[in-house]
Design a protein around this ligand. Sequence first.
Ligand code: B12
Length: 495
Amino acid sequence: MIVLVNPRSARWNHRIPLSVLAVASGLEGKYPYAIVDENFDHDIDRTLSTIMSKQEVKYLALTVMPGPQLVRAVAISKKMKAAHPHLIIIWGGTFPTIHTDTVLSVDYVDYVVSGQGEFSFSELIDALEVHQPIDNIHGIAFHRDGKVIRTAPREFVHPDILPPLPYHRVNMQHYLARTYLGRRTIGYHSSYGCPFLCGFCAIAAVYEGRWLAKNPLRVADDLLELQKQYGIDSVEFFDDNFFVSEKRTRTFAEAIAGKGIAWWGDARIDTLMQYSDSTLDLMRTSGCTMIFMGAESSSSDTLELMNKGGTQTPDLVLEFTKRIKQFDIIPEYSFIFGSPSTDVDASIERDIQYIRKIKEINPFAEIIFYVYAPVFLPGATIFEEAKKHGFDYPRTLEEWVSPEWQHLDLRKESATPWLRPHHLIKIRNFERVLNAYYPTVSDLKLTAAKKQFLRMLSGWRYRRNFYTAPYEIRFVLSKILKYRQPEIEGAEQYA
Ligand code: B12
């Protein structure tokens, strides 16, 4: 018996655990397994011991991204291994794929599956079940005689040949959330990877510039089936870059138009700027109401440091902000503050004035705030620069889950050596005043009256470009209104 675990990543997380569902798709009809989502299970120890009391569980497999989920994965694996020394524990996901040696430096994780796991995982189980050698299974790592052994990388598997997801193995009602897009929003992953190599993005570290996308007609069929089965009315595409191909986007939009499904996804601004007006129109009429994009910075030098690539410039972003307005699609821009630089104060001030300019052009533009958290990408200019400025990673999992480090990848207070507390305070304070003056549309709790009150409260500060000590705004946003933070609560991730 295999137990697949989605450790809790946040108290509010209602996102469908596609990672473990994808791995499960490779086990369907082959091995008995169970899926446990700790986001909906407040006593996972009891759940696991109940499962183990009813049948022999040989494998415990966890999906792990950094941040809170890593903290939980360490706690669960340590406890289960101590209680059941013969239990084989397997980790997969972005964190173990990027930090394999660190993960395998502990005795409570036996195997790491790197990158796509559908086939690697089931092949590993096949071999372990019959005590076959595992060295020829691609895409796994393990320790042997005190050393970490990595097998050959798994060839990139096209999503069109991957098995269908076993939705019937989870309680789908948990994952149909009310969001800005609709009353029953589902998460869907239609492509793996991204053709770009931005130096701050983990996807570049995992997929190295490869992008493989499911046939858009299959995507539309899957969503219409989910609509029939579970009544979805909207979808968040978890893809790191949904809009790479205009042709694919058009085909999908034509297939989903008029079907009552609103949609959201990640894109690059320079890619969409090359789209024709008719494609942008078709996207809107087919239900695309908001798009998440990485604006990243107001400085061309910083975009270069980030290896953003393509044709994106700060001026192009302003042009696109003006253009997309006429198509009634909300641009949701993420900014990464605090890249390694000799003059952090100036770069923050420049980004603040630039964001004000974006809001002048298009007040509906949503702004997402991140602080640069180095991703392990040897050779990437920004990562090498971070190291030159004294940044280095924890050496052990214990350090990673320590209070000092566990928040690094939350990308809110990343404690990098060149950032001082006053830098983070300046970014936070501007974020608070901006959010009050231009409240997000994605917070469904905010009525028109509450938005008006926030605007009245913050107006004098925003108009005077004055952000120091906005305690009154902070109190109202976090204590009274519990203001939604898309960068933490949403599927908005660095893109
Ligand atoms: C949905 C999602 C979330 C959901 C949670 C999902 C969950 N597990 O419950 C939410 C919104 C809560 C979330 C939050 C965060 N996330 Co997140 N999230 C994603 C997202 C967009 C999709 C994940 C997904 O479902 N992919 C689809 C599945 C099919 O693909 P997959 O996960 O890659 O899984 C495959 C392989 O990785 C592997 N695999 C994965 N798990 C396992 C497990 C086993 C046992 C095996 C064998 C194989 C395996 O096999 C799978 C099939 O091929 C990814 C980006 C992405 N596209 O992957 C970011 C991502 C994983 N998140 C990321 C981060 C950093 C976070 C945060 C920590 C920080 C933040 N502010 O965003 C927060 C933390 C939450 C918090 N408490 O604040 C980063 C991780 C970066 C890194 N350094 O590793 C990513 C990669 C985004 C990015 N582009 O940087 N996230």
